[in-house]
Design a protein around this ligand. Structure first.
Ligand code: ADE
Ligand code: ZN
Length: 332
């Protein structure tokens, strides 16, 4: 790993905490909780991470999270990620969690939230600020999402935003319009995965029906010139995840990724890791991979990282302070 990509101060805006579960921890938690995994070794787990599309990944992702049972498990998972993020000089992280993936297995919302949130609080000592984003699983019903929202209400001071993830095609944002209406009424900001595998219409729906502040992935906006124009004019950020897109066959190779094209057109694109344990890299590795595959300049990297701060839910003053720190780093 080139130290520049580790050291440059950055924000991470698209990380599923359950997707940071490394095989070593999966084994340790399975043993701690007396759970039988269908793998004999860490190497066997890594060898299974060969995906054809989003669904083939999600099947393993949901199976993997079954080892997370206690508050301490969620704490350990989150603390491990925050240490990794700290080593890569992530200065602010906005972190997704999937409560329905746990409550459906009998783990309470409170257990999940307490473990994750305690680790995030303690990570402030590492110099990382963070926000939590509750994601609704779009393959489940709108009623189930509404139930998850109700469960989150007592904790809403600690969860500034809600999002939408899981199987995209066939589960358009419109399915969750009422849930997002209620979430916005309750004061949550909103984001949504859209245009990862799904069409540009899903990005329009996320904007027009769910009132999102950012689009997660969004790379298929390239197929709709009017949408591109709109995203540029409004500077609606896209949280792009290059290694994820290659692992899930959204693009055939990194050289064919469209992030440089979107950046050059003037979209507010950012670089993120999605599910780093499953896709082979955290945010610094994502930056390094696109730099070499797409011949990015220092100015391109600067712009992507500056966008990451600009696209956070931090206050204007907090954004400014972190961008000033970035500018100072670039002058060294
Ligand atoms: N959940 C975890 N990672 C995801 C992704 N890349 N797309 C949709 N849902 C997800
Ligand atoms: Zn994602």
């Amino acid at each position: 790993m080139n130290s520049f990509f580790c050291q440059i101060p950055k924000a991470e805006l698209h990380i599923h905490i359950e997707g940071s579960l490394e095989p070593e921890m999966m084994f340790a938690l399975a043993a701690r909780n007396n759970i039988q995994l269908p793998y004999k070794s860490v190497e066997e787990i890594r060898a299974a991470y060969n995906f054809q599309n989003l669904q083939s990944f999600l099947d393993l992702y949901y199976a993997g999270m079954s080892v997370l049972q206690t508050e301490q498990d969620f704490y350990d998972l989150t603390w491990a990620y925050m240490q990794k993020a700290s080593a890569q000089n992530v200065r602010h992280a906005e972190i997704f969690f999937d409560p329905q993936g746990h409550t459906s297995r009998g783990v309470s919302f409170e257990t999940v939230h307490r473990g994750i949130y305690r680790a995030l609080q303690e990570a402030q000592q590492l110099g990382i600020s963070s926000y939590l984003i509750l994601c609704f699983l779009r393959h489940l019903s709108a009623e189930s999402a509404m139930e998850a929202l109700e469960q989150a209400l007592p904790y809403k001071d600690t969860i500034p935003a809600v999002g939408l993830d899981s199987s995209e095609v066939g589960n358009p944002p419109s399915k969750f319009q009422k849930v997002f209406d209620k979430a916005r009424e309750e004061g949550f900001l909103t984001v949504a995965h859209a245009g990862e595998e799904g069409p540009p219409e899903y990005i329009w729906e996320a904007i027009n029906l769910l009132g999102v502040s950012r689009i997660d992935h969004g790379v298929r906006c390239i197929d709709d010139p009017k949408l591109l124009e709109y995203l540029i004019e409004k500077q609606i950020p896209l949280t792009v995840c290059p290694l994820s897109n290659i692992k899930l066959c959204v693009f055939d190779s990194m050289a064919k990724h469209n992030i440089k094209q979107l950046l050059d057109m003037g979209l507010c694109v950012t670089v993120n890791s999605d599910d780093p344990s499953y896709f082979g890299g955290y945010v610094a590795e994502n930056l390094q991979e696109i730099e070499s595959a797409l011949s990015l300049s220092q100015q391109d990297i600067y712009k992507l990282v500056k966008n990451s701060f600009q696209a956070t839910f931090l206050s204007a003053a907090e954004k400014q302070a972190r961008i000033a720190e970035l500018d100072e780093f670039m002058m060294k």
